[in-house]
Design a protein around this ligand. Structure first.
Ligand SMILES: *[C@@H]1O[C@H](CO)[C@@H](O)[C@H](O)[C@H]1NC(C)=O
Ligand SMILES: *[C@@H]1O[C@H](CO)[C@@H](O)[C@H](O)[C@H]1NC(C)=O
Ligand SMILES: *[C@@H]1O[C@H](CO)[C@@H](O)[C@H](O)[C@H]1NC(C)=O
Ligand SMILES: *[C@@H]1O[C@H](CO)[C@@H](O)[C@H](O)[C@H]1NC(C)=O
Ligand SMILES: *[C@@H]1O[C@H](CO)[C@@H](O)[C@H](O)[C@H]1NC(C)=O
Length: 375
């Protein structure tokens, strides 16, 4: 308990998700240590080593989880489900979390964010015990190039991120297995999106020989890659009879059997997604009423162009146009010496929002009559 208090008082981040994760992690690790290690001294030593590792990596782990969540918000900005904070908290809360496609993405992108940040930290020399991956340095790579330079040490990032992120799953049920699988898929996405960078050598830039190294992609590429995996996420059909009848060994057998047909890089889920149109705060769902959507912009992707249909129309809402005045500084001039004077300019932008249909309007009432007749 005192270890718990020490570490939670050290956490300076106000981010509820990340700190909740670390507290859970800490208690689960301390608990597992106390039950496996018999002698008190050995326990104290391992607790100390753990605390040291915890303090070394915890800021990176938190920054990494945050990176994952920001990418989630970007990827889902124009989807009905838009990675809301409320659900992030529920998703780690025992009993309440679901195993939908969306939570699958969330697990994958968080695990990826943590691995990515730890790996970046490592390449920047932030940690004493880790540096470039030079395991292949000097070896022949392909025609005209050899391995060299500083490859990002993804094995290090993978290793530490596993210890932190996977430790949150302490159950042995199908839900925990699904979460662990999706964490792993997230980490694989980091490896799958890595790129080879090369540098030319030889007489005056002749590039007769190149040295190459593997480098992390932008995290945006990882997000795009996982969004595609999300679109093709597979629903697992657990052998329910075997699970219901079975003891835990049987359970594990059924889980292992189910997973044997799934490729490690694919996202999996157990439940269908709820209707994200409708507000249900006890499930952490905000619904799409009041959400902004995009219309008429020149540079919109197909997905963005359809956002009003997806968020408003298909959810039984209408699109409301609002003119919004924004005031900003403009025509700034530098005055000798040393001030900058600006004017205030107002700009009117048009934005679109989903709103409830006017109840007394015609289409609604005719539909209502329809429903009565159908009954
Ligand atoms: C790792 O990088 C993140 C930002 O990318 C930073 O917030 C964190 O403090 C770094 N960790 C260390 C130990 O330097
Ligand atoms: C991963 O972690 C384990 C245990 O902490 C360690 O033995 C192993 O060498 C690590 N591997 C890498 C590549 O860092
Ligand atoms: C919210 O969802 C729960 C569980 O599905 C359901 O029992 C409840 O009726 C829903 N509440 C509203 C307001 O729709
Ligand atoms: C549209 O996109 C192109 C390239 O993607 C860019 O050059 C151009 O500035 C964009 N136009 C607007 C209005 O954003
Ligand atoms: C609904 O529509 C009617 C007539 O079209 C209008 O008089 C009324 O003000 C509208 N109500 C709202 C809340 O917009």
């Amino acid at each position: 308990q005192s270890v718990y208090c020490l570490v939670s008082s050290l956490g300076e981040s106000e981010d509820a998700i990340a700190s909740m994760g670390s507290c859970q992690l800490l208690t689960s690790l301390v608990l597992s240590m106390c039950c496996h290690v018999l002698s008190t001294t050995a326990w104290l030593i391992s607790a100390f080593l753990f605390l040291q590792a915890y303090l070394t990596y915890s800021s990176s782990v938190q920054a990494g989880a945050q990176r994952g969540i920001e990418e989630c918000k970007h990827q889902f900005a124009w989807d009905r489900w838009n990675c809301p904070e409320s659900e992030l908290q529920l998703s780690t809360h025992k009993g309440l979390r679901s195993a939908t496609k969306e939570t699958a993405f969330l697990h994958a992108i968080s695990a990826a964010g943590v691995m990515y940040t730890l790996t970046k930290n490592c390449s920047m020399g932030d940690f004493d015990n880790c540096g470039c991956d030079d395991s292949k340095a000097g070896k022949m790579g392909g025609r005209g190039w050899i391995w060299g330079g500083c490859s990002d040490n993804v094995n290090f990032g993978e290793n530490i991120s596993k210890q932190f992120v996977d430790a949150l799953e302490n159950g042995h049920d199908s839900r925990a297995a699904v979460n662990l699988h999706n964490n792993e898929a997230g980490r694989l996405a980091i490896k799958a999106t890595m790129k080879r960078s090369c540098k030319c050598h030889g007489v005056s830039g002749s590039c007769s020989i190149q040295t190459c190294w593997m480098q992390l992609s932008d995290f945006r590429d990882v997000g795009n890659y996982l969004k595609i995996k999300y679109d093709h996420a597979q629903k697992l059909e657990m052998d329910k009879r075997r699970m219901r009848a079975g003891n835990s060994a049987d359970n594990r057998g059924a889980i292992a059997h189910t997973f044997s047909s799934i490729a490690p890089a694919e996202l999996v889920h157990l439940e269908d997604s709820p209707n994200y149109c409708v507000r249900n705060l006890s499930l952490g769902l905000h619904g799409t009423e009041g959400r902004e959507c995009l219309q008429g912009g020149k540079n919109l992707s197909q997905w963005e162009k359809r956002s009003c249909r997806r968020l408003c129309h298909e959810c039984g809402l209408k699109v409301e146009e609002r003119r919004i005045e924004t005031v900003s500084s403009c025509n700034c001039k530098f005055h000798w010496c040393c001030t900058v004077k600006c004017e205030k300019c107002t700009q009117v932008v048009t934005k679109y929002f989903c709103t409830k249909k006017n109840k007394s309007s015609r289409p609604q009432s005719s539909r209502r009559r329809h429903r009565v007749r159908n009954r």
